[in-house]
Ligand binder design. Structure first.
Ligand SMILES: Nc1nc2c(ncn2[C@@H]2O[C@H](COP(=O)(O)OP(=O)(O)OP(=O)(O)O)[C@@H](O)[C@H]2O)c(=O)[nH]1
Ligand SMILES: [Mg+2]
Length: 330
């Protein structure tokens, strides 16, 4: 499970002030009050953008303000309301009050939106205060301040598919090939130090979430390399993809090492539906015969060129569709 968190400071717009004004026309001796009301300040609204998948964009924009309402004017002109500010978030985002941790909104549907900070009401113009006894009211009220608070956005994503492989096998390359994620790729081991998530689309439809995690080596369960701790990120995936570098001396032995390490971490992981992405086919001879990996389906691919990935994607979708949805426990 990947948890994305962003803390934002938000300030709704202040209300505009009411206006004190009197009619001044040559032929009207005692002009009455005509000060208009101030406009309402803009609200801060949090709304779902179904195309967003992470809170990444909010890490850099920490402060949101909505426009203030305009002040009232003479001639009974009301101030214009301030424009609302919309903070776009991915579906599934929970909005909390940063201090009390109270849930302010839980945006579960693709069209969910919620006012999180209300704009201040506009003040009243003096036209409102005219009475039989007071025809020249010199009174107007100021606009109310807009609400201001710190909020925490929280998004929990469960990856559907986890990539498991040795360092340098091409996991990050595959993720960047299949999704818009841009994890670092380099020709040395342990390039990936923290897991990356990508949203894989097939035939233009968002299909599933794929997680790229750091490479595993023999002895990882004893702490070698980066250890096994990051496997918790893929513990709840429905499907595992073993990314095997087909150009190494013994891809079969590489695969066995991966399985041994997974078994050491959690034997249940071996029972999880899985398939093999036999990678780097572009640098192997055309007559290369894939070794035997037991019962698992093998897809010879090139993460660099994308060759062979489409049939693998169809198989992934097929398998995901045949797995009943996992019950949510956390
Ligand atoms: N020729 C070829 N090279 C590839 C392919 N896939 C990945 N590579 C190269 O292999 C190297 C490692 O790729 P990464 O995607 O960083 O590998 P990784 O599995 O994420 O590695 P770690 O993050 O270290 O665990 C890079 O130099 C890639 O360009 C492929 O299909 N063909
Ligand atoms: Mg990597």
């Amino acid at each position: 499970m990947f948890v994305d968190i962003a803390t934002l400071h938000i300030k709704a717009g202040d209300g505009g002030n009411g206006c004190i004004s009197f009619r001044r026309e040559a032929h009207v001796p005692h002009g009455g009050p005509n000060g208009g009301d101030g406009g309402k300040g803009g609200d801060i609204i949090v709304a779902v953008d179904p195309n967003m998948n992470t809170l990444r964009d909010h890490r850099y924009r920490r402060r949101y303000e909505a426009k203030r309402g305009q002040h009232g004017q003479g001639s009974d002109k009301f101030g214009k309301a301030g424009e609302d500010t919309i903070i776009w978030v991915p579906q599934g985002t929970v909005v909390r009050h940063a201090e009390t941790h109270e849930i302010l909104a839980d945006l579960t549907t693709p069209d969910a939106r919620c006012v999180i900070a209300k704009g201040g009401k506009g003040g009243l113009g003096n036209a409102r205060f005219a009475t039989a006894n007071n025809r020249v009211p010199r009174k107007a009220t100021p606009g109310k301040p807009g609400e201001e608070l710190d909020i925490i956005l929280e998004l929990k994503t469960i990856a559907d598919v986890g990539l498991v492989g040795h360092p340098n096998a091409g996991k990050s390359t595959l993720l960047s090939r299949l999704s818009s994620a841009r994890p670092k790729v380099a020709a040395y081991p342990f390039t990936t130090l923290v897991p990356n998530l990508g949203y894989v689309t097939l035939d233009g439809v968002q299909s599933f979430v794929m997680a790229d995690i750091p490479g595993l080596i023999e002895g990882a369960h004893e702490g070698k390399g980066l250890g096994l701790d990051f496997l918790r990120h893929i513990e709840r995936t429905k499907l595992l993809i073993y990314v095997i570098d087909g150009s190494t001396e013994d891809p079969q032995a590489d695969f066995n090492i991966l399985q041994t390490e997974l078994r050491e971490y959690r034997p249940e992981l071996l029972a999880r539906p899985a398939l093999i992405a036999l990678n780097k086919m572009d640098i192997l001879p055309a007559d290369y015969a894939p070794p035997d990996f037991g019962n698992l389906p093998v897809f010879p691919i090139s993460a660099v060129t994308g060759h062979g990935t489409k049939p693998m994607l169809y198989e992934i979708i097929r398998q995901l569709n045949s797995i009943p949805p996992a019950s949510e426990t956390a």
